[in-house]
Design a protein around this ligand. Structure first.
Ligand code: ATP
Ligand code: MG
Length: 268
């Protein structure tokens, strides 16, 4: 019986910080004692393996290749899961070639098995600007939208969430992180996100390129130390509270497209 929940980390446009937030939040949750898994489900190039110094051969796409010959089960999953400290990690796509049509199906077969073992599965999906990431995000119990703090970021979020194709996603419990704060978004982000899109703000992460680069160079995500540690831990803590409080179990997950608008949303 599946007991965990899948939280998809998505963005309205590339480079917003989805991977940064997904990696750091998942890592901090596992450091805090939560049995968590991180899946790099970005249908573009995955970045998690490089950020954490993990292999790209054991990965979701390779698991998908093997799944053409046998069903996905715990054994197959175990052969592709890796560890970073206490965090279980399924790395992502390492080459920009080859078919990806099957990725949502592989993700759909893998997520319930992960949910049997991990109370929380963080899936880095990235920019939800075309069909494949939309199909992946539709399978998650909840979403964390990572919005970059520029006026361009606000505009991208508006255009993304206003599109009717997003209705299945708008029906899900949805939270938000404003990333790279300090580069221009006016104050009041929390009110704006709640009022316009029904998103609850998990936190704001300052723009600090040096802190991010230091983490990349040392394969030590910024949540483990430095000026971004506290804001990222705050985001992780509030996500854990939100997940514990009100997300449905995997078996209650509605099929994509069955609901239209989130109750808290004000936009039609
Ligand atoms: N808070 C931050 N301060 C400074 N730089 C940041 C911050 N968050 C992310 N970055 C940098 O911004 C770039 C994009 O971040 P990241 O890869 O996390 O975004 P993404 O949304 O996953 O992008 P993609 O669409 O390519 O998957 C990276 O170079 C990253 O180091
Ligand atoms: Mg990314």
């Amino acid at each position: 019986m599946a007991r965990g929940k899948v939280v998809g980390v998505v963005s309205p446009g590339g480079g917003s910080g989805a991977t940064t937030v997904a990696v750091n939040v998942a890592l901090w949750l596992s450091e805090g004692g939560l049995t968590a898994a991180l899946v790099d489900a970005d249908p573009g190039l995955g970045a998690v393996a490089a950020l954490l110094g993990l292999s790209e051969d054991r990965s979701l796409p390779y698991l998908g290749h093997e799944a053409t010959l046998r069903p996905v089960d715990q054994d197959l999953l175990d052969r592709h899961l890796q560890s970073y400290r206490r965090l279980a990690v399924l790395t992502g796509r390492s080459e920009p070639v080859g078919p990806i049509d099957g990725l949502p199906a592989v993700f759909g077969a893998t997520a319930p098995i992960l949910c049997q073992r991990f109370p929380l599965v963080i899936a880095d999906i990235g920019a939800v600007t075309w069909g494949t990431p939309l199909a992946l995000a539709s399978q998650c119990h909840a979403l964390v939208w990572v919005v970059d703090a520029s006026s361009g970021g606000a505009d991208r979020l508006d255009r993304c969430l206003s599109a009717s194709v997003m209705n299945p996603l708008r029906a899900k419990p949805s939270l938000a992180v404003i990333n790279k704060v300090g580069v221009g978004l006016p104050g009041g982000g929390e009110d704006w996100l709640a009022r316009e899109y029904g998103l609850s703000l998990l936190g704001e992460v300052p723009h600090d390129l040096a802190a991010v680069r230091r983490g990349e160079e040392r394969l030590l995500p910024p949540v483990l130390g430095g000026p971004l540690a506290e804001p990222l831990r705050g985001v992780a803590g509030r996500l854990a509270a939100a997940v514990g409080g009100r997300l449905p179990s995997h078996s209650e997950l509605p099929a994509a497209g069955h609901r239209t608008l989130a109750p808290g949303s004000s936009r039609a």
